[in-house]
Each structure stands twice: as structure tokens, then as C-alpha cells.
Design a protein around this ligand. Structure first.
Ligand code: ADP
Ligand code: MG
Length: 367
């Protein structure tokens, strides 16, 4: 049998038939294929995803493997999966935070719907995949992020910048680090904007793939300041399934749209309750309200979180469920939401027809 000589072009041609399902284009034109090497029948290459939290990582990997293995003459496929988070495209006239690729705001129409719970657990889930993550607690009226992440202490300054605390591998800054415990913080509008600006400009966030900003509820000063001060890669809106909360969520959505912030999508929290005694699923607030609303508003639905005691206890004790019970359905729910958020941020950041910018080496992701 005549020996087939495999070329780099053959490999790229084969890989150009593999699509990233979220981005809707082939991996070669997206600039995701790197380090192609052919040695006899052995083909090596690296697939560089737009986020280590890519929800379809497994599918992309097997599709690539299959496509290359089908090239006549290929005997062995050495595939490395890597990820480099795409930075947000920015918005007109707004300067981003140096070295922070994407700022993601978590918002809701009203309080108590689980915004902070979603923000911290999604942050941990993203960090778990190998992404570099920070959380900015912008809820100056009810700074709960430190409680939920079990982070306390006073950040120190270095070279004129505030160094964030770290909890579970995630960098954290909150106004509560700077005021004596138990002191109510009374803010007027311009002070809120000033505090947010300081947290964005005067904190040494280092290199971050995602900075998650936990906003106060509603459409107040913090949300407006944030959206006006820096380019947001996406806004995640959290709602409970019942109509009243959804109406509030819709108001928050309208505000961000007015400020031209890209919307990542909607999360439904306290979606359903599974009775620990009989395992029956109870839809306390009705079911699927947020998903229907997302459809109606033409927004991506990012997933649902069940109502469970573990989530509440984890929050109160400063050990988010992702760490207190990593194998639980709750933890998985947050992981799936984090993956959807990351995928959606990639889509928004890459934009239509977008190609990954020039190559910069980053640490390997954990598999
Ligand atoms: N899915 C859930 N299951 C159980 N308790 C939850 C859930 N989501 C949030 N909670 C609890 O509800 C309360 C309000 O949540 P929180 O995240 O602080 O809301 P927000 O930030 O929107 O005000 C907290 O005590 C939190 O632990
Ligand atoms: Mg909160």
C-alpha cells in the first residue's frame, strides 16, 4: 500500500469541519487551533478554547479527535486542550480595568432573590475550571460577599493600590473590609459612585479572566455607576420564578439595556424545592417563570438553582455549597450556570465574525 503523507494543511482542513457550537463557527476560522505538528502518522495540535469553563469542551475534543483521525494516513492524534479567555470588546469611550479581561455584573430587580449566592458560587465554579477570578462586592448597602465567602480582615496597600483578600482562590474586595463591623453604611448617590470607582481603579486586581461584580438590588446608583464607568462584558440577571420578582428583573434589564450594557442572560434561583424526606419536587414559587420570561425577552436562559437548605447554610457559614458539598446537585447547578455564563461572555466578547486576538501564553487549565 502506498504510504499517505499527512500535511498540516490536511489537519487544518479536517479541523475546519469542527464547529464550536456556542460560537457557531469552525475552530480554524475562530483561531482556536494552534501548534499543529505532523510527524509521520502522528498529528499533534492544541485546541485553545475561549474559556476553560466551556460547557461543550468534551464534545469539541471528541469532534476534533474524530475529524483528524479520519484523515488517511493518520495513526495517532495527540490533542491538547487549553483555554485562553477572550477579553471583552469594550464599549464606546470606556476604559477597562488593566489586566482584567471581563467584568460581569450580577444584578436583580429586588433583594433577597439570591444575587450574592449566585455571584459567589459562579465565581468559585469558574475558578475551579482554572480561570482567574475576582469578586467585587458593589452592594454598599448590604455587603454580603465577605460573609458568604468567609473572608474577613483588612486589605493592605501596596504601591499605592489596595490588595484584595483571597478566599477559595478568588480575589475579593468589599466595602465591609473598610468599615468597622456592625456600622451601618449610609451612602449618598455620589459617594456610591466614588466607592465603585475606587474599587475599580485603586485595587490591584492583578490578571483576571473574570471579575464578578455583585450589585445592590434595583436600578440605583451603584448599577448606573458601574455601567457608566467601565465596559461590562455581560450582565447576569437573577430572579426567582414568581411574577413579581420577574417584573422587577425586567426593570433592571431595561436599565442595563438603556446603558448599552450587553446582557448575558437570566438565572432562575429558588427554582424548586426537593423535599429531603420524600424527594418530592415542589415548585414553591411556580416553575419556569424565568425561562419563559427569558424567551419572551429574547434573552439566553442561563439555568436554574434549586431552593435547598445547603445553599442557605453554606452562605451563612462562609463555605459556599460548591465547597461544602461539591458533589451535590446544587453545586452542579452552579457549575452549569457558570459554564453558560462563560460561553455567553465568549460569544459577546468575540462578536460576530470575531477571531481570537494575537497569541499570549497563559497557564494550562485544569481538566
Ligand atoms: N437557592 C437557594 N436555596 C436556599 N437558600 C438560598 C438560595 N439562594 C439564596 N438563598 C438564601 O436566601 C438569602 C438571600 O440570598 P442572597 O444571595 O443574599 O440574595 P440577594 O443578594 O439577592 O439579596 C440568603 O440567606 C441565602 O443564603
Ligand atoms: Mg446580596
Amino acid at each position: 500500500m502506498a504510504e499517505q503523507k499527512v500535511t498540516e494543511t490536511d489537519v487544518l482542513r479536517a479541523l475546519s469541519t469542527v464547529k464550536d457550537p456556542d460560537l457557531g463557527r469552525d475552530l480554524v476560522s475562530l483561531g482556536m487551533i494552534e501548534k499543529v505538528a505532523v510527524c509521520g502518522g502522528t498529528v499533534s495540535f492544541t485546541v485553545v478554547l475561549t474559556t476553560p469553563a466551556c460547557p461543550l469542551k468534551g464534545k469539541i475534543e471528541s469532534d476534533c479527535r474524530r475529524a483528524v483521525a479520519a484523515i488517511p494516513g493518520v495513526e495517532q492524534v495527540n490533542l491538547t486542550m487549553d483555554a485562553r479567555v477572550v477579553a471583552g470588546r469594550g464599549q464606546r469611550g470606556k476604559q477597562g480595568i488593566p489586566n482584567v479581561s471581563n467584568v460581569i455584573a450580577v444584578a436583580s430587580g429586588k433583594g433577597g432573590v439570591g444575587k450574592t449566592t449566585v455571584a459567589v458560587n459562579v465565581a468559585l465554579a469558574l475558578s475551579e475550571t482554572g480561570a482567574r477570578v475576582g469578586v467585587l462586592d458593589a452592594d454598599v448597602t448590604g455587603p454580603n460577599v465577605p460573609i458568604m465567602l468567609g473572608a474577613s480582615g483588612e486589605p493592605h496597600a501596596e504601591n499605592g493600590k489596595i490588595v484584595p483578600l483571597t478566599a477559595y482562590g478568588v480575589k475579593v474586595i468589599s466595602i465591609s473590609f473598610f468599615v468597622p463591623e456592625g456600622t451601618p453604611v449610609i451612602w449618598r448617590g455620589p459617594m456610591v459612585g466614588g466607592a465603585i470607582q475606587q474599587f475599580l481603579n485603586d485595587v490591584d486586581w492583578g490578571e483576571l479572566d473574570y471579575l464578578i461584580v455583585d450589585l445592590p438590588p434595583g436600578t440605583g446608583d451603584a448599577s448606573i455607576s458601574l455601567a457608566q464607568l467601565i465596559p461590562l462584558s455581560g450582565v447576569v440577571i437573577v430572579s426567582t420564578p414568581q411574577d413579581v420578582a420577574l417584573m422587577d428583573a425586567t426593570k433592571s434589564l431595561a436599565m442595563f439595556q438603556k446603558l448599552e450594557a450587553p446582557i448575558a442572560g437570566l438565572v432562575e434561583n429558588m427554582s424548586y424545592f426537593v423535599c429531603p424526606h420524600c424527594n418530592e419536587r415542589v415548585d414553591i414559587f411556580g416553575h419556569g417563570g424565568a425561562e419563559q420570561a427569558a424567551e419572551r425577552l429574547n434573552l439566553p436562559f442561563l439555568g436554574r438553582v434549586p431552593l435547598t437548605p445547603e445553599i442557605r447554610v453554606g452562605g451563612d457559614q462562609g463555605v459556599p455549597v460548591l465547597r461544602s458539598n461539591p458533589e451535590s446537585v446544587e453545586a452542579d447547578a452552579f457549575r452549569q450556570i457558570a459554564a453558560q455564563v462563560a460561553a455567553r461572555i465568549s460569544v459577546l466578547s468575540l462578536g460576530p465574525g470575531g477571531k481570537r486576538p494575537t497569541w499570549v501564553p497563559l497557564p494550562m487549565m485544569k481538566s
